[in-house]
Design a protein around this ligand. Structure first.
Ligand SMILES: [Fe+2]
Ligand SMILES: [Fe+2]
Length: 296
C-alpha cells in the first residue's frame, strides 16, 4: 500500500516574473530557493524544499506534485498509469531538491506529478531560512483546479493513483452533475480539488496553510498595506472545515489562505453538498461573480 504523503509543490505560470516574485519574497516572505531556465523556485523557508515554482508566460497551472516516500512508489505509479494507457514522463532530478518523479495528465489535461524529495524529515522552525517573515505560511496547503469535467478528473485520480474523494459539490436540482470535488492522497481533507469552469482556465487557486486565524489577520493586513484586496473572506468553509480568505496575487493567479483544514478518516465515504452549503459554515455569504466564473 502506498504511503499517505501529501501535496509537495505547485508550478504556475505568471504574467511577469518581475512583478510577481518581489511580492512573494518581500510581502509574503517566501524564500527563493533556486532559479534556472526562466523558472523561480520559492519555499516557505522551514525546510529546503520549494513549494511554488513560477515561470513567465500567461497564468494558471503548469503542474502540481504530491510527495511519495520512495522510488519504488514512483515506479509503481508509473507502471499502473502505463497499464491504463496514460502517457507518463519521468522527471528524475529535474527540479531542485527533487529525487525522482513521474508526471502524467488527468482526463482534462491537468498535469500531476509524484515526487520524492531529498529533505523529507520534518520542518525545523528554529532553523527558519533568512527572509522568512512572521506572516509567511508554514507550507503549501492544497491546489484547486478548474475543470470542464470534474467527475472524470476526480474519479481518474481515485481509480488510477490512490486518491480518495472527500466531498462532492452538486447542484440542488441536478445531483448527477459534479460541480466540484475534493480529493486527498493522505488524510488531509484535500490536496487537489476541482471546481467546474470554462476550459480556458486550468486553476481556481493555490492555497497556503496558515498557522492560525491570527496569522491570517496579520497576513491580510500586510498584503492590504501593499495594495492587495481580498476577493472573498474571511469566512469558514463547511466542506473542509477551514477558515479561508482569497485574493489575486500580482502574477495573475488566485491565492487562498487556509487555516485548520480538517483531517479525514481514511475510510470515510464522500459527502455530497451544494455549493452554498459547502462554501460557508457561518451563514450565507454571497461571493462576487468573479469567484465562480474566473480562474487562471
Ligand atoms: Fe514538479
Ligand atoms: Fe481551497
Amino acid at each position: 500500500m502506498p504511503s499517505a504523503q501529501r501535496i509537495e509543490h505547485v508550478h504556475v505560470k505568471v504574467e511577469e516574473l518581475d512583478s510577481a516574485v518581489p511580492f512573494y519574497t518581500d510581502v509574503m516572505g517566501l524564500v527563493e530557493q533556486d532559479r534556472s531556465d526562466g523558472t523561480v523556485y520559492l519555499g516557505c523557508g522551514l525546510d529546503e524544499n520549494f513549494d511554488l515554482a513560477v515561470s513567465e508566460g500567461g497564468t494558471g497551472l503548469d503542474h502540481v506534485a504530491v510527495r511519495v516516500e520512495s522510488e519504488d512508489e514512483v515506479e509503481s505509479y508509473e507502471a499502473r498509469l502505463t497499464d491504463e494507457g496514460v502517457d507518463v514522463r519521468r522527471t528524475d532530478g529535474e527540479e531542485p531538491g527533487q529525487g525522482v518523479g513521474v508526471q502524467f495528465e488527468t482526463p482534462t489535461g491537468k498535469r500531476v506529478e509524484f515526487v520524492t524529495v531529498e529533505d523529507w524529515a520534518y520542518f525545523h522552525s528554529d532553523e527558519a531560512q533568512d527572509g522568512r517573515l512572521g506572516v509567511t505560511p508554514p507550507d503549501l496547503d492544497h491546489v484547486t483546479l478548474m475543470s470542464p469535467d470534474v467527475q472524470a478528473d476526480a474519479e481518474f485520480l481515485r481509480d488510477v493513483v490512490d486518491f480518495k474523494i472527500s466531498n462532492v459539490i452538486v447542484a440542488e436540482e441536478n445531483d448527477d452533475e459534479w460541480g466540484g470535488a475534493f480529493t486527498r492522497h493522505g488524510v488531509h481533507h484535500h490536496d487537489i480539488a476541482f471546481l467546474g469552469g470554462p476550459p480556458e482556465y486550468s486553476m481556481h487557486h493555490v492555497a497556503w496553510e496558515m498557522e492560525s486565524t491570527e496569522q491570517m489577520r496579520m497576513f491580510v493586513d500586510r498584503i492590504n498595506q501593499h495594495g492587495q484586496e481580498l476577493e472573498l473572506g474571511i469566512g469558514r468553509h463547511y466542506v473542509g472545515d477551514s477558515i479561508f480568505s482569497y485574493f489575486w496575487e500580482p502574477g495573475g493567479n488566485r491565492f487562498e489562505l487556509a487555516a485548520g483544514v480538517a483531517d479525514v478518516d481514511p475510510n470515510a465515504e464522500p459527502g455530497f453538498y451544494t455549493f452554498e452549503e459547502a462554501l460557508s459554515a457561518w451563514g450565507p455569504i454571497i461571493p462576487p461573480e468573479s469567484f465562480t466564473s474566473e480562474g487562471s
